[in-house]
Design a protein around this ligand. Sequence first.
Ligand SMILES: C[S@@+](CC[C@H](N)C(=O)[O-])C[C@H]1O[C@@H](n2cnc3c(N)ncnc32)[C@H](O)[C@@H]1O
Length: 618
Amino acid sequence: MDLAKELIMAVKRSNSHGGYGLQKECEALVEHVLNNMVKSQLPLMDADTKNDEDSAIFREEGNQCFVSGDDEEAIEKYSMSLAYAKSRESKSLALANRSAALYRKQLFRECLIDIDAALDFGYPEEKRKKLKERAEKALEGLKQLYQMKDLNMNDLPASKDFKTAEMTKDEKNLTFIKELIDKEDAATDEMELISKKPANVPRYLADENDLKLANGPSDEAPSISDGIKIAYSEKYGRHLIATKPFEPGDILLLEKPYANVIYREKYYTHCHYCLARSYNLIPCPHCPLSLYCSENCRTLAWSKGHEIECPIQTVLSKLLNLDKDKIRILTKIIRLLLVSTEYGTAIDKLRKDSLIAEKNPDNRTAGFTDEGVFESSSSRSALSLATNLAVRPLMEISAFACISALAIILLAKESKLFGKKYNPKQLKDVVNRNDVKYCASLVFRNCVIVSSNSFSVQQEPGVKAGSGLYVAGSLMNHACSPNTFRHFDGLTMITRALEPIKAGDQIFTCYGGGYQYMSRGERKKKMMDEYFFDCQCQSCVENWPTYQEILRNHVGSIAKTNKDLVEKLKPFRQRLLENKYDIGAVKNVLKILYAEVKMPCEEIVHAIQYLKSYYLDP
Ligand SMILES: C[S@@+](CC[C@H](N)C(=O)[O-])C[C@H]1O[C@@H](n2cnc3c(N)ncnc32)[C@H](O)[C@@H]1O
């Protein structure tokens, strides 16, 4: 058996449940791959940089989309053009063109911000007349929009979404737009109208006022409700068990991500830092790949990793033989390394902490801090998440080891994480340094941790903008018919009860293979291939029909068989006919139905859809 295979087998044999207990084996494996990699010819590392030629190409593509009436696509292309633009003139052209598409999309506020920025960047004098006319029309449009909404400018709500501090420099100054508005009094009102963003308060917050865990936070895991405990068993690994009852809609987990990244396909539509959809993206001044919704996000991102990631990202984007999945995993493992080592300043501290964590033989409390807490922001807790190393195929472990070695080479060559940037000749020595070897083992562990534990961040229903590592959320096991569902407030993941939950029930989430849309065979295969377990949830054991089949065949319907129950539900049905978002009525329907009938049942399926729409509909 060759050495690499022997090292992989050692990793598999380490048989640790979570991320701890395999440090030595991981380090040996990645060290071996790293040493081979630096001895061989490294791939050409060309950087994707800002340049006016590419900016012009994307601007032209944007123009074609604009002419064909596709404003969304045009805005995205113009954002690309802005990101690649090097000269002030190219930036002004991209911004001016984006403002045209924004105007047509009736995004008047965003249109005005772009016009102002275009003028600020020195938009060519001979074309300014048209731009200023657009600004006047956009201002008019904005006023009409507010009148239509019957909103007094003074009533514009200063919601929690209105982040004054996060407005871009251009938003705050709006110098040129100010010049357009001549009367002083009017100018104040109109400037207010442009800079104040109408609040977009989610429906549930209007009712609930604030997001709060049902029963408050637990002492052992503050992101989890006090009515839930962390448990461990051979069959389920770590998992969550209710110790108190919950009603549909109750918040069971409320958690910010330990680390998050944007998906590549959202680079030019979403903020790289907070993952919000933005039509006014502003670019990183150094690379053509990262854009932000505000100056505040741009500044925060720089100090929280982008300074290190920026040069790596530009090289990654041009590396041959790297498909989308490999780039995605590389981005995630580098981000996780940066967060856990506090951007390279705490490598030694983390190594010492790992030694303490490795000594805990108890699978249930693996990753608990010295204070006995499973903490969403703690590196010790994050690095304790399930790795599935013992059951992963050899090929996958070997691919992860190669990806990890590549990550370390990129970090050593392109960033100053290890003190300075090293040239190819120096790499042989660098990779044998203890801190570098430790980081190599960490990125390898990160590969297996993120592949078993990441959640997609969906701030708008159905739109997966990026991926986050939610440490406490990762303790939830999967069921194809889960008793919870998730939604997002910014980056915060909110997990709510979908049905009445009893003390003693396990808390399940769905990893993506729901019974509603997938056959049992497909689901079981997905769970085995991606998460290495044989799903034994109720919908798998009983082979429930899909949603479509339940609705088409009226599966389990009470309409004809249970007249008393139908009568009991009548007042709530009436309320829902009048207002589909009457959450009190939905919760009552679910409580009554679950007490008297079993799934699969057509009426429960309907009620679940009402519950989800209340929290998920825009
Ligand atoms: C996100 S983790 C969940 C927490 C994990 N049980 C632990 O011990 O940390 C995902 C892994 O948990 C295990 N798992 C998840 N759902 C399961 C289920 N329904 N039955 C058995 N194992 C499950 C699988 O090993 C899966 O790869």
